[in-house]
Design a protein around this ligand. Structure first.
Ligand code: NAP
Length: 285
């Protein structure tokens, strides 16, 4: 029930109508019996500062950020965590000491199902397909896991070089190297984790996979295949990996876990992860 005491959370984006965050956060709020509501806010880029000044004026507790504001909000914040600075994007903001503080929970979201496996990641090299925004969170996460090398594979030499360069001045110093797509067959046999951070395989191109079945077969039998895509479930890439007997994770878990990490920052309570996951599964079904 929304009452005079209800506190406000939300997500800003432009557009924001496709965001599934209100679904999982309101499900969590109801389960915890909290006096909060989580709303979508479509904010045009030129209105960003006005909007967050307004959020301060009305006393929002915090909010999530999606495209196109994840980078442009950074100069408007009073404090930015090291991980968000390293990733170069903020997805979670909260009010503290008279200003907006920001972090990025995508790396924590990505890492959560991997940490639950209890593996010694110090022995597992990670290979990331793609060098866009999501790949940056995956690099930070693999560094946090303790992967001894992080191999980023992309199709543009220029963008790969810029990606590598951008980490040189970052607060994190991941053991990163960049590689052309045609080097994949040499790299795949030595990795313990392979991550698809390209949109290849996303609906409606559901028959596409970033790797051929023959390339998936080059992966060691204990390797983990992780696709950041969550529609379809599973992707063609994860079907191939499953057929090869590999452990697989998809992007839904990352989405749920980044939301859970944000909710914990705002409410200081353990989030009901199972409820958040089920709310999205129900919605997608
Ligand atoms: P992005 O910034 O646009 O980056 C996409 C990357 O994929 C770029 O490096 C791009 O290469 C590469 N790429 C695109 N098409 C390709 C192709 N046909 N072959 C090889 N490489 C290709 O996008 P993003 O924000 O990183 O998102 C990437 C994926 O992750 C999307 O599917 C998105 O839905 C998903 N994602 C999931 C979550 C989650 O919570 N589960 C969070 C964020 C993102 P070029 O630079 O050469 O174009």
């Amino acid at each position: 029930m929304i009452k005079g005491t209800t506190q406000l959370l939300g997500v800003i984006g432009y557009p924001v109508k496709h965001s599934m965050s209100p679904i999982m956060h309101n499900a969590a709020i109801a389960t915890l019996g909290l006096d909060y509501a989580y709303l979508p806010f479509p904010i045009a880029p030129e209105r960003l500062k006005t909007a967050i000044d307004g959020f301060a004026a009305v006393g929002l507790t915090g909010f999530n950020i999606t495209i196109p504001h994840k980078q442009t909000i950074m100069p408007l914040l009073a404090n930015i965590s090291d991980v968000a600075q390293a990733i170069g994007a903020v997805n979670t903001v909260w009010w503290r000491d008279g200003g907006w503080w920001g972090t990025n929970t995508d790396a924590a979201g990505f890492i959560a199902p991997l940490q639950a496996l209890g593996r010694d990641w110090g022995q597992s090299s990670a290979l990331i397909l793609g060098n866009g925004g999501a790949a940056r969170a995956v690099v930070a996460a693999c560094h946090q896991l303790g992967c001894p090398e992080i191999l980023v594979v992309g199709r543009s030499a220029e963008k790969l070089a810029a990606f590598a360069q951008s980490w040189q001045t970052s607060p994190l110093q991941p053991p990163l190297s960049v590689h052309a797509w045609d080097k994949l067959n040499e790299l795949l046999p030595r990795v313990g984790l392979v991550v698809n951070s390209t949109p290849v395989g996303m609906a409606p191109q559901v028959e596409a996979s970033p790797l051929s079945a023959a390339q998936v077969a080059l992966l060691p039998s204990q390797a983990i295949a992780y696709d950041l895509i969550y529609t379809p479930r599973p992707t063609r890439f994860l079907q191939q990996a499953d057929t090869a007997g590999l452990v697989t994770f998809d992007g839904l878990e990352m989405l749920v876990q980044q939301g859970a990490a944000a909710l914990e920052i705002w409410t200081q309570q353990p989030p009901p992860v199972e409820v958040m996951r089920q709310s999205l599964l129900d919605y997608l079904a």
